[in-house]
Design a protein around this ligand. Structure first.
Ligand code: ADP
Ligand code: ZN
Ligand code: ZN
Length: 740
């Protein structure tokens, strides 16, 4: 027998091996093995097993099996094959993303030795001082203690305990060290809930869909505070009662500790939490337990969609519009929402895509009847929608004769009122750091990252300049302009750190906390901050887009959006959609309890239709406008899109490679359009220049996207190894979320 193996390398080539007798009976398609490849031994995945091959050369043998039992069920194997084709990525590379190499079903927890005294009436330990000391200590303790904890009493506790054990005076117990598997989650507040009619109807629909054992996708569109989480809970309960398992995806689980907390409180140890903040051993242990089907529910970020659960009956994607569901690198560049739909299809599951501001893709799928639609149009328990005030910051500056003032008079007044009444405020400012740019006021020079053509951000704490793309750090802050030597250089623009400083100055009696990626780097601090906020120990929570979604705190009655315009003019077809969603979602954090909420939206473009629509919470109308726009320009969701990017260190060389690559696009079929080639908006990232070609194919003439896929793949045929030449690299981005 022979096995074909695919490795996580950039080539599509598949290699054949002999199967050694000792593993012949265990080896199955989809299993991971180690095998010699060139001069190394590499982990790969078995894609085929066959009795004969036509290969003439010298065949080598598989070295060993990685898993002691198959970890890929048939569904996941199907998913891997689909991912490989759809995202144009070698199967071995996909397999590595689905089953990272360090994961193993053979993983064992580290253990720790415990000791406990055995009750004896008489002991004879003569003059063994240490043994007497330890024995007496253990007897006084009564319960077992870690052997290592005895180090304070004697120099080699393990030896002493072993001697006592040999004499029958103590018991030794080996205990596994179980890592903290929860880490981040907020304690759930128990409340009696009577479902609204909208909730009941949604629950009924979803449950009866689960019973049908058929793939059925839903768009669950519920306004902020409409009680979507309760629907997840009832649906999960139902799926479990039918002996099915449940996958729940959250965009950034650290930021949605409330949902995790709620599920843990209800489903206890049947829930696994899966996210990047788990320690390594917690990750390996959780994965092993998922493999042995000890969990009924897995809640996690993007990669949780690959959890090796059997019999998945329900998949929930919360905040389905979030871009963080898209993996940018490494390959495969998948979108977890699309993978969720495909996994649902393979498993005959019910798939719920949920949001208060659905992606236009999902909204379109609802309009075109590809998705069932569930709508929760009201907030629960009679909570009212917040009242919104738009502040024209241009007017405001004129009136105050103070340009660049960060807080409007209205916002300050409203915050002060909250402080007096002991209510809480959330402030959104979507830029981290202290000052986004350092600028020469004589020649206009802006300090850019030397590796990316992107402005460096000044961070006050620690005093350094940082590139938010490649994390390049420069600790020497320039004193004069390196272009014109002028000393007239200044920090310009405002990041969250600066807003925080100004807040502290203005509201010296308030407790203020900041949440952004800089703070969130530490494992605990996000949860701690949110926990303190929920206890009312923080008056004002300031943050980037991280705090705009998912948070549910009853006492928040004011949301301030400091600069609603951020991102409005980025040259990307999705930029206005993103601004709309951010404002709409942030506004939704206000007034979720008994007290009515307010929102202050500060903008320099108050007549802009996006700002207007978001501030007036006119979702349906706004979606109509954007969809019209997308339709007239053949942008998604009206078309399929593939972005072909070429990267290289040398700008000139990149341009000439691109020219050759581009010349190959001939006979473009009707219905397919080519944009570019052009330099990307972010022209240089991490020392690499970037150019791209974008291909679009109208859904009308290409309903499944197959035509586009066939066309671009035919063009890439000889470039499967991703290197156009040794200096430039090709990146294929299917359904890109951004063209920047
Ligand atoms: P969202 O739709 O914004 O995700 P949540 O699921 O966070 O809303 O629900 C908002 C709040 O309302 C939560 O605190 C939740 O416990 C509560 N809630 C949900 N359903 C009901 C109900 N039927 N009656 C009272 N409170 C409810
Ligand atoms: Zn200058
Ligand atoms: Zn950089």
């Amino acid at each position: 027998m022979f096995a074909d193996i695919s490795f996580p390398i950039s080539s599509y080539q598949i290699f054949s091996y002999k199967i050694p007798i000792k593993i012949k009976n265990k080896l199955k398609i989809g299993m991971r093995v180690k095998a010699p490849l060139g001069s190394r031994v590499v982990q790969g995945i078995v894609v085929d097993i066959k009795p004969k091959i036509d290969f003439k050369g010298q065949l080598r043998s598989i070295k060993s099996l990685v898993d002691d039992k198959p970890v890929l069920n048939k569904d996941l194997w199907g998913l891997i094959k689909w991912l490989s084709g759809y995202y144009n990525t070698p199967i071995g590379v996909v397999a590595k993303a689905v089953l990272p190499e360090s994961f193993s079903t053979k993983y064992k927890l580290k253990t720790q030795l415990y000791v406990q005294a055995v009750n004896k009436n008489k002991i004879s330990l003569n003059r063994a001082k240490a043994q007497i000391l330890i024995y007496n200590y253990l007897k006084s303790k009564k319960s077992m203690v870690p052997v290592q904890s005895l180090a304070e009493l004697c120099s080699s506790p393990t030896n002493v305990c072993r001697k006592l054990f040999e004499k029958g005076y103590v018991k030794l117990i080996e205990k596994e060290i179980v890592p903290d598997l929860d880490g981040i989650m907020l304690k759930s507040i128990d409340k009696k809930i009577k479902y609204t009619n909208y909730q009941k109807s949604a629950i009924n629909n979803v449950c009866s869909s689960i019973d049908k054992n058929k793939f059925s996708p839903f768009l669950l569109h519920g306004i902020t505070g409409s009680g979507k989480t309760e629907i997840y809970i009832e649906a999960a309960r139902h799926a479990i009662s039918q002996n099915k398992t449940v996958l729940i995806l959250l965009p950034e689980i650290a930021l949605t500790p409330q949902i995790a907390g709620r599920f843990k409180a209800i489903f206890k140890d049947s829930v696994a939490l899966w996210h990047s903040r788990l320690t390594k051993s917690a990750r390996l242990w959780t994965w092993k337990k998922i493999c042995s089907q000890e969990y009924k529910i897995v809640i996690g970020a993007r990669s949780a969609i690959f959890s090796p659960l059997n019999n998945v009956g329900l998949i929930i994607v919360d905040e389905e519009q979030e871009n963080s569901y898209k993996q940018d690198s490494p390959e495969p560049r998948y979108h977890a929402r699309d993978v969720a739909l495909m996994r649902g299809k393979i498993n005959n599951s019910t798939v719920l895509l949920c949001s208060a501001t659905p992606s236009l893709e999902s909204y379109y799928n609802y309009i075109t009847k590809k998705f069932n639609y569930l709508y929760l149009p009201e907030r629960v328990a009679g909570a009212a929608y917040p009242k919104i005030h738009i502040v024209d910051m241009i007017n405001e500056s004129k009136e105050n004769e103070n340009y660049g003032e960060l807080f409007s008079k209205l916002l300050i007044k409203k915050i002060e009122k909250r402080l007096l009444k002991n209510e809480q405020t959330i402030l959104l400012h979507n830029r981290r750091g202290f000052s986004p740019i350092i600028k020469c006021y004589d020649c206009g020079e802006i300090y850019l990252c030397p590796h990316c053509k992107i402005a460096l951000t000044y961070h006050k704490y620690g005093s350094f300049l940082q590139c938010h793309f490649c994390n390049y750090i420069n600790e020497s802050i320039p004193k004069k302009c390196n272009k014109c030597s002028s000393y007239n250089i200044e920090l310009s623009g405002t990041g969250t750190q600066k807003v925080e400083d100004l807040l502290i100055e203005k509201f010296s009696n308030a407790n203020i906390a900041r949440l952004d990626t800089d703070v969130a780097k530490s494992r605990k601090s996000v949860t701690d901050t949110l926990q303190n906020f929920s206890k009312g120990e923080i008056d004002i929570l300031l943050g980037t887009q991280m705090i705009a979604k998912g948070l549910d705190f009853e006492n928040v009655t004011l949301v301030g959006i400091i600069n609603a315009d951020t991102g409005l003019y980025l040259p990307d077809f999705r930029s206005s959609e993103k601004v709309f969603q951010l404002i709409y979602q942030a506004a939704g954090r206000s007034g979720r309890g008994k007290i009515a909420g307010e929102v202050v939206v500060q903008s320099y473009n108050i007549d802009n239709p996006v700002i207007q629509a978001a501030a007036n919470l006119e979702l349906e109308e706004y979606y109509k406008i954007i969809l019209e726009e997308r339709k007239s320009l053949d942008y998604p969701p009206y078309s399929w899109m593939v972005r072909l990017e070429i990267r290289g260190r040398n700008r000139k060389q990149l341009e000439s490679s691109m020219k050759i690559f581009n010349d190959g696009f001939k006979n473009i079929p009707r219905g397919i359009q080519k944009l570019g080639p052009s330099f990307c908006y972010r022209e240089k990232l991490k020392d690499q220049y970037r150019m791209q070609i974008v291909l679009k194919s109208k859904k009308k003439s290409d309903p499944t996207g197959m035509r586009l896929h066939k066309y671009y793949k035919a063009h890439l045929k000889n470039k499967q190894n991703r290197f156009l030449n040794n200096k430039t690299r090709l990146i294929v981005d299917v359904n890109p979320v951004s063209l920047l």
